[in-house]
Ligand binder design. Structure first.
Ligand SMILES: *Cc1c(COP(=O)(O)O)cnc(C)c1O
Length: 424
């Protein structure tokens, strides 16, 4: 049952474009009714959504504060400067560029700024949790630059820093990237920085997944060691879809020129306003408590799953993310992810390190706790979620069981209102 509580925010969409309105509302209901475990997703606050949907979307402001190519920037300059200052303060860096449209173009901008075409990018291999934009072949970053990969250890599935050091020494990359989309442990940024320095390479920390945890003080901070830090703003940081590049002052000019005019035109000042709101929220004690709870929840969820016979890559988690190896459960990742979604629990299939199966149908399932923690769920709820997940994986072909669980999940979710929603 849906209880509409009125949505002034979408009243005009409803009046003028019922088709789009219905789809937005259906998605809203879906986000309310399901346990969202995709570790790169979250729920932003209504304040972030309002700023993102504001009149700032009407602006064109190519350039940077005080150096624009358009008139009419009296408010926009002040806004972008304020957001830059918040980013610098929160992450403790000398320079912040808040204009990148998203994480992928932001990484491209870092390479464009610091490398020559053909230089070597050394990143974690994609099947081991790395991101496409860390030099993988199907990405433009693997086409215009030369890719050098490091992998996780075959036994522990942890980053082997001695191996990373040896590869860096032998290959002499121009940049070393730390960061991943499916690594459930902490990064030793100090060691990455020291390895990069020893190899004469720049060090890029791609903290897209974990920037909220770093701000909350529950993950080591790369700022003292990295030449550049890139983060998306929509994952654990809980802002709008976008990205930031944070860097040492010595790279500021090159980074700024790479973002504009090399790769982008007009910045999305509405998104930048939303980032500003999110950064202010992230500077509060509430957000620190949120980050601690994200990790506490992930640890409990991991332990409960392990108790139910799930194999976890690296045996558990230190952050917001859990990578499940389903080989022992005799279910493939895709099938499990589909059954879970039908039951109202949303994760994604994923490769696991040294996966014997193909990337489009791998053995793993990737889940995480940022969204459920935003809804106020705690350890007790993680136990409940683990029980449902176990039930689903044991009944992937039983539609009736999955639909029954979906109804239970909907009921359960009602007790945890999601921020920014107008349905309950
Ligand atoms: C999400 C992510 C990106 C890319 O961000 P998009 O906004 O999806 O382009 C880059 N690097 C890492 C490690 C990520 O997790």
């Amino acid at each position: 049952m849906t209880t509409e509580v009125g949505d002034p925010y979408l009243a005009e969409v409803e009046r003028t474009d019922p088709q789009i309105y219905r789809l937005i509302k259906a998605e809203e209901q879906y986000q309310v009714d399901s346990i969202r475990l995709i570790p790169s997703e979250n729920y932003t606050s209504r304040a972030v959504m309002e700023a993102t949907g504001s009149v700032l979307a009407n602006k064109y402001s190519e350039g940077y504060p005080g150096k624009r190519y358009y008139e009419g920037q009296r408010n926009v300059d002040a806004l972008e400067t304020l957001v830059q200052e918040r980013a610098k303060g929160l992450f403790g860096v000398g320079h912040a560029n808040v204009q990148p449209y998203s994480g992928s173009p932001a990484n491209l901008a870092v390479y464009y700024a610091l490398l020559e075409p053909g230089d070597k990018i050394m990143g974690l291999a994609l099947p081991h949790g790395g991101h496409l934009t860390h030099g993988w072949g199907v990405s433009a970053t693997g086409r215009f630059w030369t890719s050098v990969r490091y992998e996780v250890d075959p036994k522990t599935h942890l980053i082997d820093y001695d191996r990373v050091r040896a590869i860096a020494k032998a290959e002499r990359p121009k940049i070393i990237v730390a960061g991943a989309t499916a690594y459930p442990r902490l990064y030793d940024f100090a060691t990455f920085g020291e390895i990069a320095k020893g190899a004469g390479a720049y060090f890029l920390a791609d903290i897209s997944h974990i920037s909220g945890l770093i701000v909350a003080g529950v993950h080591p901070d790369p700022a003292p060691y990295a030449d550049a830090i890139m983060t998306t703003t929509h994952k654990t940081l809980r802002g709008p879809r976008g990205a930031m590049i944070l860097c040492k002052q010595e790279h500021a000019e090159a980074i700024d020129k790479a973002v504009f005019p090399a790769l982008q035109g007009g910045p999305h000042e509405n998104t930048i306003a939303g980032i500003g709101v999110a950064l202010r929220e992230a500077a509060t004690p509430d957000f620190r408590a949120y980050g601690r709870q994200v990790v506490a929840n992930a640890k409990v969820l991991a332990a409960e799953l392990r108790e139910r016979g799930f194999d976890l890559v690296t045996g558990g988690t230190d952050n917001h993310l859990i990578l499940i190896d389903l080989t022992g459960k005799k279910v493939i990742g895709k099938k499990a992810a589909k059954a879970l979604d039908r039951a109202g629990i949303v994760g994604n299939y994923n490769t696991i390190p040294f996966d014997p199966r193909k990337p489009f149908s791998p053995s793993g399932l990737r889940i995480g706790t940022p969204s459920v923690t935003t809804r106020g769920m705690k350890e007790e709820e993680m136990r409940r979620i683990a029980r449902w997940m176990d039930e689903v994986v044991a009944h992937v072909d039983d539609g009736d069981a999955l639909d029954r669980i979906a109804a239970e999940v909907r009921d359960f979710c009602r007790g945890f209102p999601a921020p920014g929603m107008h349905v309950v």
